[in-house]
Design a binder for this molecule. Structure first.
Ligand SMILES: CC(C)(COP(=O)(O)OP(=O)(O)OC[C@H]1O[C@@H](n2cnc3c(N)ncnc32)[C@H](O)[C@@H]1OP(=O)(O)O)[C@@H](O)C(=O)NCCC(=O)NCCS
Length: 156
């Protein structure tokens, strides 16, 4: 079992993603606006499910993986996820990423959720993650910019 801490922020709870989160993740990815700038097998339901399932059950190095982001109790509504994983699956660079369902956009959730993950990367793992963002993905660029303070580098 990989070692992955949980985090709480004023509005959010981040817990290691599990297969219980699979339906919410698949629903989120089925929104074309959500995956607009991201390559993946979104149009093929079986391949999509297998892809996300494999990512959930993969054995990541300690301290790395995906965190499901939910609102704090009592609602515990699924909002999306933040990742911290080896870049291109192998590293040694570490990638940070985020994906949230459209209904939650524009409320500062991605930036709030990225904060403890970045602190974990810096303080526990001693790494400065890389964000691999499509240049037209202005919202994601803005999250990286707001969160970075020099801590996030860009791929490419
Ligand atoms: C990127 C994403 C996670 C941002 O989530 P979010 O919770 O809305 O992010 P935040 O509210 O913390 O911050 C978004 C910022 O981008 C800005 N923004 C949003 N859309 C924008 C646009 N089209 N152009 C410029 N800025 C934009 C917002 O105004 C905000 O900045 P501000 O606080 O200075 O006003 C969300 O849009 C998403 O899930 N997109 C689809 C998946 C994706 O592309 N993930 C990233 C792959 S690299």
């Amino acid at each position: 079992m990989p070692v992955l801490p949980s985090f709480e922020t004023p509005r959010l709870v981040l817990r290691p993603r599990t297969t219980a989160d699979l339906p919410d993740c698949l629903t989120m990815d089925r929104d074309p606006e959500v995956v607009r700038y991201i390559d993946g097998p979104w149009a093929d339901p079986a391949a999509h499910r297998a892809f996300v399932e494999a990512r959930i059950t993969a054995a990541y190095p300690d301290g790395l993986g995906y965190w499901t982001v939910r609102t704090r109790m009592p609602e515990a509504a699924f909002l999306g996820w933040v990742l911290l994983i080896p870049l291109d699956g192998t590293g040694p660079e570490i990638e940070i990423g985020w994906r949230f369902n459209r209904a939650s956009w524009g409320q500062g959730y991605a930036t709030e959720a990225a904060a403890p993950v970045l602190a974990h990367a810096r303080d526990t793992l001693g790494v400065a993650p890389i964000a691999d963002i499509h240049p037209d993905n202005a919202a994601s660029m803005r999250v990286a910019e707001k969160s970075g303070d020099g801590a996030i580098r860009y791929a490419g």
